[in-house]
Design a protein. Structure first.
Length: 350
């Protein structure tokens, strides 16, 4: 049992390291350094010139504690076939699940430590108090893990179906994060009709690719969820970040991520064998992808313009000029970029 799960854990770590190389690429690291540097400077100035009341400090400590307990789940590494092949090793599996509690606690403990270290200067607490706070949060997280592991048992027997389903959901959520930066293997999609999005479907089309790709885009949780999250993040930055230049640069990066992710829809119908049989021209695929990209980007820019216009024009003349440049250049730059990327993809397929 130990050898089986040790081998699985090794493969799991190797896979994560492989995808993390794509996540923390040169461009993203440069962007991350700029963002973290800006936030660090702003935070240092806030600490220097502001002194919070004890009630507000207590509220912040409570909110940070709740946030710190969110990341991290029990990593059991169970697979679908285990319900059959490990049934005879049920007692050993119970012991393994209990041991996996401590291994799963490493990542959330690290997140808790970072949040405590960042927040302690704001709360003006001593190192001793911060250490106690950290240990209490880790203990609470450990108790939550223990309760989750106990939920994997029914009447003293391992609930294989529940435990395997939990692990599959955990892996899928992790792979979805990696999928924001690169193509990911083993990621399954679920389709669901959303009637409120039906008006966005093409009314009349003779293109098989346009028919399939639009329904894939609107009815799978990956694309709609990703678009919603990116749009929400972009709007928040445009509203609350006082540095207009930083806000505009951040919104531009978010728009780039949107394009980068939607481009992956081009491969979403490769499993359809009939598309290889039908007399469909390859340019129809490019046109369908381009249509989705341009309409999605137009929606993004429209919402960004609306909120940045409401909140941004309240600033000075420089803010007005920066936003005006953002309004004018963004559509031009991204349209050129979309045409370039699709052209490069077509060349690589020839």
């Amino acid at each position: 049992m130990k050898e089986v799960f040790a081998k699985r854990r090794k493969v799991y770590y190797k896979q994560n390291i492989k995808y993390l190389r794509y996540v923390f690429n040169d461009h993203f690291m440069l962007f991350l350094v700029i963002v973290l540097g800006t936030l660090a400077v702003q935070y240092a100035k806030f600490l220097q010139y502001n002194d919070l009341k004890w009630e507000l400090r207590l509220l912040i400590a409570f909110v940070i504690s709740l946030i710190a307990l969110v990341p991290g789940k029990v990593v059991s590494l169970l697979e679908g076939a285990d319900s059959t092949f490990l049934l005879a090793k049920e007692e050993e599996l119970k012991k393994y699940l209990k041991r996996s509690e401590n291994i799963s606690l490493v990542f959330p403990a690290l997140i808790i430590l970072i949040l405590v270290l960042i927040t302690s200067p704001l709360l003006k607490v001593s190192i001793f108090v911060s250490s106690i706070w950290f240990m209490i949060l880790v203990l609470i997280k450990k108790i939550l893990f223990r309760l989750k592991i106990h939920s994997f048992e029914i009447d003293g027997n391992v609930d294989f179906e529940g435990a395997i389903s939990y692990e599959q959901k955990r892996r899928t959520n992790l792979l979805k994060i990696f999928a924001l930066f690169t193509n990911v293997k083993g990621l399954t999609n679920t389709a669901k009709r959303r009637k409120y999005l039906d008006p966005f479907l093409p009314k009349k089309t003779t293109s098989a690719y346009e028919y399939l790709l639009w329904r894939t885009f609107l009815r799978t949780s990956d694309y709609v969820g990703m678009l919603t999250r990116l749009l929400f993040l972009s709007v928040l930055v445009l509203i609350f970040v006082t540095n207009t230049l930083f806000a505009v640069l951040f919104a531009t990066v978010v728009n780039y991520l949107l394009i980068f992710q939607i481009l992956s829809i081009e491969k979403s119908q490769d499993y359809q064998p009939l598309l290889k049989v039908y007399p469909i021209h390859p340019e129809d695929l490019t046109k369908a992808v381009k249509s989705i990209l341009l309409k999605s980007l137009s929606l993004f820019l429209l919402v960004e313009y609306l909120f940045s216009g409401i909140f941004g024009f309240l600033g000075g003349q420089l803010d007005f000029i920066l936003l005006l440049v953002f309004y004018i250049l963004s559509p031009i730059i991204f349209i050129i970029y979309i045409k370039y990327r699709l052209k490069e993809k077509n060349k690589s397929q020839l």
